[in-house]
Design a protein around this ligand. Structure first.
Ligand code: NAD
Ligand code: DAU
Length: 342
């Protein structure tokens, strides 16, 4: 089986490529990625000698580049490529529309023309919006996105639905909760807080810190995606979650405790506009239909992740260099001024 994995140089895509090559001898993978600030081939440096793996630099919103990549006649496309950070989507929504909506449509259209047998879209629980204290999102929950990021992902999902209904394409959408683990770009909560704590810098917690996220280790997510790819039903949506809900402040305290740092490093800052209060996933469908369940507990996975960042300062320095540095300064050193100006 030959796969085109888009966005494979990012956090989850690179973990998925590693997982499939390790677990399936008969798989060939083409990683198609335009290498934004979040895409880093260093994430896959251990695989570059594997003859089953190859890399093509390209943008999913360019029909020419996508069609050229599809000349390789792949059996399935798995789309991880996206702009993924909510705070960036608040500052610059247009990049999100371009990649997450327009890029998804280009990829779908090229795949339809080439009669690709299966198209998997890696989506997110954020398309469902925000929950109150109780309840969980099921695959039937209405789409109610609140950030430009979530709205752009919902737009991509609706295009998949239309390609299934209109053209009969074999498409599947997966919607996962928050991922954590090695190689996550240090703009997201967990790696950002680990790195700030290691440097004794303030840990910026938005609002009251009681927003809840459901955390899944990236390897558990990737095992679920492999099941969906090989055994999922055409036209289906699969929620992927691990029932490990934590308020942000609790996560930050766990990181500080693990590193032996003081809770006084926590700094409450202005809340994210449109900040979703709580996400929680009902993953009954994938658990029962595809016999998947998460293996990594949040406590163990978080401790291992902290250790990985401690041991991989070179990787951190490389991804934090160059253009990201100026963005990082703008977001976190002048964050309150930036948001007031919106
Ligand atoms: P990431 O930001 O780490 O990586 C995104 C990758 O996509 C990068 O390698 C980047 O270079 C590439 N990319 C961006 N625009 C592109 C374009 N136009 N053409 C080709 N490549 C492009 O993202 P991630 O956290 O690994 O997320 C992967 C997917 O999973 C995304 O679709 C995201 O919406 C979804 N998702 C993420 C999470 C999470 O917690 N991180 C949870 C649920 C779903
Ligand atoms: O739920 C899945 C989604 O999870 C994915 O679709 C997104 O791509 C991914 O970025 C993530 O979105 P979140 O907005 O939940 O993740 P983030 O790491 O940005 O924030 C997690 C929580 O922590 C959220 O409530 C905001 C809060 N936060 C975040 C940062 C970066 C802070 O309090 N301080 C911070 O500095």
């Amino acid at each position: 089986m030959k796969l085109l994995v888009t966005g494979g140089a990012g956090f989850i895509g690179s973990s998925f490529i590693r997982h499939l090559l390790e677990s399936h001898q008969d798989i060939e993978l083409v990683n198609f990625d335009c290498l934004t600030y979040a895409g880093n081939l260093e994430n896959l440096s251990d695989l570059c000698t594997d003859s089953r793996y190859s890399f093509v630099k390209g943008d999913i919103s360019s029909l020419i580049e996508v069609e050229e990549a599809l000349n390789q006649e792949v059996d399935a496309v798995i789309n991880f490529a996206a702009e993924t950070h909510v705070d960036r989507s608040i500052l610059n929504p247009s990049a999100f529309v371009r990649t997450n909506i327009q890029g998804t449509q280009v990829l779908l259209e090229a795949s339809r023309r080439r009669k690709v047998s299966r198209f998997i879209q890696i989506s997110t629980d954020e398309v469902y919006g925000s929950l109150k204290e109780s309840g969980r999102f099921t695959e039937q929950s209405p789409l109610s996105p609140n950030s430009p990021y979530a709205a752009s992902k919902a737009g991509g999902d609706l295009l998949l639905r239309s390609y299934h209904k209109t053209y009969g394409m074999d498409v599947i959408i997966t919607r996962s909760c928050n991922n954590y683990g090695p190689y996550q770009f240090p703009e997201k909560l967990i790696p950002l807080m680990i790195l700030n704590a290691l440097e004794d810098k303030p840990l910026p917690v938005y609002g009251d810190g009681l927003h809840v996220r459901d955390w899944i280790h990236v390897t558990d997510h990737c095992r679920a995606l492999a099941k969906v790819l090989l055994e999922g039903r055409p036209g289906q949506i699969y929620n992927i979650g691990s029932n490990q809900e934590e308020p942000n402040l609790e996560v930050v305290h766990q990181i500080l405790d693990d590193l032996g740092k003081s809770h006084e490093l926590v700094q409450f800052v202005e809340d994210r506009p449109g900040h979703d209060r709580r996400y929680a996933i009902d993953a009954t469908l994938i658990r029962t239909e595809l016999d998947w369940s998460p293996q990594v507990s949040f406590k163990q996975g978080l401790a291992e992740t902290i250790h990985w960042y401690q041991e991989n300062f070179d990787w951190v320095n490389n991804v934090l260099s160059g253009t990201y540095r100026s963005y990082y300064q703008q977001m976190y050193e002048n964050r309150d001024e930036t948001l007031k100006g919106l």
